[in-house]
Design a protein around this ligand. Structure first.
Ligand code: GTP
Ligand code: MG
Length: 338
């Protein structure tokens, strides 16, 4: 507060506060940019379901996905706790399903929310020996808020202390009522350890997806979400994105939140290099000039200039929001200091 600033800085700050007065017009530039016309039904093609696996910590989400994928991700996790969103594509009798694994630890609420918001179906994993716990309830709320279908997977049924009926009973409180209890929610008892029930679960996912008639136009500029991103010493900015519409190609100009660039290389969930990624496909991309934030939107652009413009608009819009927040906070502080 007591620091002296030079005229140029003062002018810059003053101008930004000035711009704030026109906030109404500026704030939703990005939303405006993203608005698009209804897509022609004829351009739409069937796309794989995107399924988010949610539930309380340690109820077996990653183990279940490992069992489905015949992999061993859980052994590589620090302390066996998932700390990021993992994206995987599974092939079930020629049909693809994209899975997002989310963390169950209470610290990762935002990730669960993002998971639910970017998917079509939620698999709610509840351990049969533990029952409904706080993050089970939180996951239900995220899924309901996002308006997505919920399939309940009651896991760890191999355990002697497993009690499937108790889980069904507990979930009635959250309007998730099993068919054999007179409701319409799909419940599948499973064991990630023995593999019991897993083929039933996959079948229920495909059935649910079929009813949803999920479609997207693959022949347009790509659009989707950043699932996670980090800075790699050798590769630079590495972002995992989920393509929701269109197709992303190596060489495409792209903007992702405040970052922009040209897709230099793309890897699928198995680490294989790919040249393109269509709807519902998660890919890791290299070539962004900065690290975007998880949850931000990415757009394929016609030119690199357009991509840069998008990112710049995004940055200035965010700056504006931040200033607005600081301003309201400042006035509150002023109030208290009087
Ligand atoms: P977070 O991602 O940290 O929320 O945990 P998670 O839900 O992914 O659970 P995770 O798969 O890491 O499993 C937690 C523990 O439960 C591990 O010790 C697993 O071996 C065990 N577990 C998972 N599934 C089963 C199961 O079907 N049966 C038994 N007996 N144990 C299981
Ligand atoms: Mg996990």
């Amino acid at each position: 507060v007591n620091q002296e600033i030079d005229y140029d800085t003062a002018e810059e700050i003053a101008m930004e506060f000035d711009v704030l007065c026109e906030k109404e017009e500026v704030v939703d530039v990005i939303e405006e940019l993203l608005k698009e016309e209804e897509e022609d039904e004829n351009t739409m093609e069937k796309r794989p379901p995107v399924v988010c696996v949610m539930g309380h910590v340690d109820h077996g989400k990653t183990s279940l996905l490992d069992a489905i994928r015949h992999t061993n991700v859980i052994d590589r996790e620090a302390g066996g706790i998932t700390q990021h969103i993992g994206a995987y594509v599974v092939d079930v009798n020629g049909e693809k399903i994209t899975f997002l694994d989310t963390p169950g630890h209470e610290a990762f609420t935002a990730m669960r929310m993002r998971g639910a918001n970017s998917t079509d179906i939620a698999i709610l994993v509840v351990a049969a020996d533990d029952g409904v716990m706080p993050q089970t309830v939180e996951a239900i709320n995220h899924a309901k808020a996002a308006g997505i279908e919920i399939i309940v997977a009651i896991n760890k049924i191999d355990k002697p202390s497993a009690n499937v009926e108790r889980v069904k009973q507990e979930l009635t409180e959250y309007e998730l009522i099993a068919e054999d209890w007179g409701g319409s929610t799909v419940f599948v008892p499973v064991s990630a350890h023995t593999g019991e029930g897993i083929s039933d679960l996959l079948e229920m996912i495909l059935l649910t997806a079929e009813v949803l008639e999920l479609k997207a136009n693959p022949k347009r500029e790509a659009r989707g979400l950043v699932i996670e991103a980090q800075l790699d010493k050798g590769k630079g900015s590495v972002a995992t994105v989920l393509v929701q519409k269109g197709t992303l190609h190596v060489g495409d100009a792209i903007a992702a939140g405040s970052a922009h660039g040209k897709v230099r290389a793309m890897m699928d969930d198995k680490g294989r290099r790919v040249k393109e990624a269509g709807p519902s496909k998660p890919v890791e991309i290299l070539g962004l000039n900065d690290v975007p934030k998880a949850g931000e939107i990415f757009v394929g652009c016609a030119t690199e200039k357009e991509a840069r413009n998008f990112a710049e608009t995004f940055i200035s819009q965010n700056k504006m929001k931040l200033l607005e927040e600081t301003k309201s906070k400042m006035s509150l502080d002023d109030l208290f200091s009087q």
